[in-house]
Design a protein around this ligand. Structure first.
Ligand code: UTP
Length: 415
């Protein structure tokens, strides 16, 4: 793209401030900026007018969950089905690690955070160790030693190199690196509160990862779907980087979803309180969906089912098992856009980089929970919160390094 073409593209949408420092740039930086302007999809900015709350919800009704008692009664059969599927390479794991982890406040990828007290225990390490438990169980059951779960890691342009370097440095925490595949998610521009796109450097537009819903498209764009098919992977278990207790490719969960033949399974926990900040599973206009905590009405919060229990008492923990076929069916569908208020580092008028202390603009994200709504069937599958849900969002307080350490200790994990 030439300077004039870039100027025309930006002028048409009122964003020529992005060329403010063009004349000061080296030739290679000029070229890089023009390429970035060419490749950036600025249309997301139009969503600011929709506001932060997002699109209107449809009619919400309860969705039945497979609860602990039913799981216990069938655990052996579910586990056996799941372990066999893992041995046949029909299950892959996808770690969503493209986020910025701004609340944790570390410049490194969130998975590099060390939660250890007497020794190193990195978040990535905890996730690999949890996966290794299942790898061992599958090998034991099959009497083999060559079974591995294909392990995909989604990063973003911002943390990809650091993430790969860290895994290399740590020798993949003992995982077989031939089964680990990295891919990058797409980025979206970040704006101030008036919708003007920020610069993060004189020759660089401020961007941020475009939300965790882009994972399947990004996996396909990275050319990895072929490998998924070649290996015969039929289910992909996606999970957040920050829950250090979660079970990955949990055989009983896999077995339950396979037996029910659902498009997607969702691990859920019973809510700790009606107003807990966690999205709840439901049906929306008859299709599986999630009401986010900020979309919750009093009516939904206090609704009761036939048994007199809270009708929406199971919250999602960002651990889903998707059927690959079903994902391919919805690949071309457009998902809602979420406009999220965040702290965005930017260049001020004087050309200095400012790291704001409070939210100063918007990022644009598509969320994996909206993918669920595109699918026909979903099995919410209850897990015990104390054993499987220790998210690290903040340094201290709720969902923090501190609270996760407490939960790990209770679960016998040495830190
Ligand atoms: P969060 O919603 O907690 O966002 O992500 P975050 O970016 O990690 O943290 P904050 O909000 O800036 O503090 C939930 C999961 O989704 C992944 C994250 O890496 C985490 O595993 N994610 C989020 C992505 O992979 N890409 C994104 O664009 C956003």
């Amino acid at each position: 793209m030439t300077y004039q073409e870039a100027y025309d593209k930006l002028n048409a949408i009122g964003q020529t401030q992005l060329l403010r420092y063009y004349d000061e740039l080296s030739d290679s930086d000029k070229e890089a900026l023009l390429t970035q302007i060419d490749e950036t999809d600025f249309s997301v900015i139009d969503y600011i007018s929709q506001g932060e709350s997002g699109a209107e919800k449809g009619v919400i009704t309860p969705l039945e969950c497979m609860e602990l008692a039913e799981i216990e009664a069938n655990r052996d059969r579910f586990t056996s089905i799941g372990l066999d599927a893992i041995a046949e390479s029909r299950v892959g794991a996808v770690l969503l690690a493209g986020g910025m982890g701004t609340r944790l406040g570390s410049d490194d990828p969130k998975g590099m955070y060390n939660i250890g007290l007497t020794k190193d225990v990195f978040i990535f390490q905890r996730l690999i160790e949890n996966t290794m438990d299942v790898v061992r169980a599958a090998n034991e059951k099959a009497g083999r030693n060559d079974i591995w779960i294909p392990f995909y890691i989604m990063t973003s342009e911002k943390n990809n190199d650091a993430t790969i370097r860290f895994f290399e440095e740590k020798n993949y925490f003992g995982y077989n690196k031939e089964y680990v595949h990295f891919f990058k998610q797409d980025m979206a521009p970040a704006t101030d509160k008036e919708g003007k796109v920020y610069l993060e450097g004189k020759g660089r537009i401020a961007t941020s990862p475009n939300g965790n819903a882009g994972w399947f498209k990004s996996l396909v764009n990275a050319g990895l779907l072929e490998g998924v098919h070649e290996q015969g992977i039929e289910y992909l278990n996606i999970f957040a980087v920050d829950n250090v207790l979660q079970r990955i490719a949990d055989p009983a969960f896999v077995g339950a979803c396979m037996e029910r033949g659902v498009d997607v399974g969702a691990k859920v926990v019973a809510k700790a309180a009606p107003d807990e900040a966690i999205g709840v599973m439901c049906l929306e206009d008859g299709r599986p969906s999630i009401v986010e905590y900020y979309e919750m009405t009093d009516e939904i919060m206090h609704a009761k089912n036939d048994k007199g229990e809270p009708a929406y008492r199971f919250g999602v923990i960002l651990n889903y098992l998707f059927k690959v076929d079903s994902l391919e069916d919805i690949l071309s569908k457009t998902l809602p856009m979420h406009v999220v208020s965040k702290k965005i580092p930017y260049l001020n008028e004087a050309g200095e980089l400012v790291k704001p202390g409070s939210p100063n603009g918007y990022k644009f994200e598509q969320l994996v929970l909206d993918m669920i709504h595109q699918l026909g069937s979903c099995l919410p599958y209850e897990v015990v919160r104390e054993h499987e849900f220790a998210p690290i969002k903040n340094k201290t307080g709720i969902d923090s390094v501190e609270s996760a350490r407490e939960l790990c200790k209770k679960d016998g994990i040495e830190l």
